[in-house]
Design a binder for this molecule. Structure first.
Ligand SMILES: [Fe+2]
Ligand SMILES: [Fe+2]
Length: 258
């Protein structure tokens, strides 16, 4: 039996469509503040991360698959990329599941977040979805995984280092094909470019609503993975802008925490 959870009443349904269905083992929440959050020293912190990340990988798989269903008119080459992405994300989810179980976790021990699936459901344009899912959320993930690799190395956890490393290689490919296809889909089409802008604005508002309370700490911990972004098809100018924005955000978060 699967169920889709109702949206938290504090959130504006203009930014969030239906949640993905999860079976009864899982508690689906809509806001970061409702996730299980532990201190850095608490061993459950790492476990909770693996569990939450497993769910995020499932959501990205679902989003790529949904774009295939919703956009049968998309060029065949792009549809192949989305199909490959869905397969990669399913593998990532399974890797996180195994890592979580091997460390003593039980599926459903912690709430999972509905954010990525709900936001993508409000975006109809394929270029817009690629801009939000691959070119924004997955890029944030690239920075986060770079940080997670350093933590796992410091812990001497070779299994996790290998998991993150393999995942990161796939994510670079997902971001790169999105970069390439956004350029192709928007070239000479100002209306599509406008759709991308609208999608990004919608996702930014959704993100702000979900991560308002206590989400700041997740952004000022790590910087921008510059080399990986270059591999993923971002221009030098785009990387410079990302670094500047990230430094500004980290500075703001540091001041807020002080
Ligand atoms: Fe992934
Ligand atoms: Fe990905």
């Amino acid at each position: 039996m699967t169920t889709a959870a109702p949206l938290h009443p504090a959130l504006d349904p203009r930014f969030f469509a239906d949640s993905a269905a999860r079976d009864e083992r899982f508690t689906v929440v809509d806001r970061w503040v409702d996730c299980a959050r532990f201190d850095d020293a608490d061993p459950r912190k790492r476990l909770e991360f693996l569990h939450r990340q497993m769910n995020e990988e499932v959501a990205v798989c679902e989003n790529a698959a949904r774009s295939l269903v919703d956009h049968p008119e998309a060029p065949w080459e792009l549809r192949m990329w989305l199909a490959r992405q869905a397969a990669d994300e399913a593998r990532h989810a399974d890797n996180y599941r195994r890592a979580f179980l091997a460390r003593g976790g039980r599926l459903g021990d912690y709430p999972v977040l509905s954010f990525q699936y709900r936001v993508l459901g409000r975006i109809t344009s394929l270029a817009g979805r690629l801009a939000v899912q691959n070119r924004t959320f997955e890029v944030d993930g690239l920075d986060a995984v770079t940080h997670a690799i350093l933590e796992a190395e410091a812990d001497g956890d070779a299994d996790l280092v290998a998991l993150y490393d393999a995942q990161q290689a796939d994510e670079v490919v997902h971001i790169r094909f999105a970069n390439e296809w956004i350029r192709r889909l928007t070239a000479g089409r100002p209306a599509v470019l406008l759709e991308v802008g609208r999608a990004l604005a919608l996702a930014a508002q959704g993100f702000a609503a979900v991560f308002t309370e206590g989400g700041g700490t997740r952004v000022h911990k790590y910087g921008v993975a510059e080399e990986l972004r270059a591999m993923a098809g971002f221009t030098e100018e785009e990387i410079r802008t990302a670094v500047a924005l990230n430094e500004e955000r980290r500075e703001r978060a540091r001041r807020a925490d002080a």
